[in-house]
Design a protein around this ligand. Structure first.
Ligand SMILES: C[S@@+](CC[C@H](N)C(=O)[O-])C[C@H]1O[C@@H](n2cnc3c(N)ncnc32)[C@H](O)[C@@H]1O
Length: 246
């Protein structure tokens, strides 16, 4: 399997360095949690943000390069990082947790309902009484009939000395609830230049009722659904589908 994150950990880290709204949501809710598990932790943005004096945080990610970046770049936190599949947690012998967080679309990378259910069942087995947070993109009903959005600028930043820009092209297969996000990374502005890397992100969109069904099938229930990290109500047109499950 191709790891779409293999070449981009440094770019990802810089692009998302300032994103903290989700961390605040989880931090507020997890005040009593002694052990927290972050699944699809990437380069450690959320996991490091949740570390506290009396709290151990473990981050799991499928991508070796993302975990290597988390281990190397991380500051003074005590988050522990493990390469692993969130659908096969039992193999990792991680122990039990007071809370689990699956941030920023990581759950959407699971290719089918089978893997999604498998993941939730594995989480159920190692979660004590605390919450499970899942943050995925809300399906965009307005764009469902648009199979393709052409390459467009998405981000630009300095990665060390390198001026990097990212574009995004989107392919949609609504009937299969699938999205392909083709991210191209370039250096500089030169027209017609070749990307330094291309990262294909394959996501499966999840609808709110489907997420609730998946949770119930794994022994959870959706305690609250939000449309953003400010606690806004979930509605059509929301960017996020943020769920706190118990
Ligand atoms: C959009 S990134 C989010 C990274 C990080 N959670 C953040 O918020 O900055 C999605 C991450 O999910 C990871 N991922 C995808 N499928 C996974 C799986 N089956 N098990 C563990 N991690 C997975 C990817 O490697 C990637 O690092």
């Amino acid at each position: 399997m191709v790891d779409p994150y293999a070449q981009i950990p440094a770019f990802y880290d810089v692009e998302f360095a300032a994103a903290t709204a989700d961390i605040s949501t989880y931090f507020r809710d997890l005040s009593g949690a002694r052990r927290v598990l972050v699944l699809g932790c990437g380069t450690g943005r959320v996991s490091d943000g949740l570390v506290g004096p009396d709290r151990e945080v473990v981050g799991v990610d499928l991508s070796g390069p993302m975990i290597a970046r988390a281990q190397a770049a991380r500051r003074d936190g005590v988050a522990r990082y493990v390469v692993g599949d969130m659908c096969r947690l039992a193999e990792l012998s991680l122990g039990f947790f007071d809370a689990v967080v699956i941030p920023n679309a990581a759950f959407s990378f699971l290719p089918s309902r089978r893997e999604q259910l498998q993941c939730l069942q594995q989480v159920r087995a190692l979660l004590r009484d605390g919450p499970l947070w899942i943050d995925v993109p809300m399906p965009d009903f307005g764009l469902m009939g648009t199979p393709h959005s052409p390459e467009a600028p998405a981000w630009r930043g300095l990665v060390g000395e390198l001026d990097v820009r990212r574009t995004r092209e989107v392919f949609r297969t609504p009937v299969a609830q699938r999205l392909l996000l083709r991210d191209r990374y370039y250096t500089g502005d030169e027209a017609g230049s070749q990307p330094i890397c291309v990262s294909d992100l394959h996501l499966r969109l999840i609808f709110p009722a489907e997420l609730e069904w998946l949770l119930e099938s794994a022994g959870f229930y959706a305690d609250a659904l939000y449309g953003n990290h400010a606690g806004g109500a979930l509605a059509d047109g929301c960017d996020r589908l943020l769920c706190r499950a118990l």
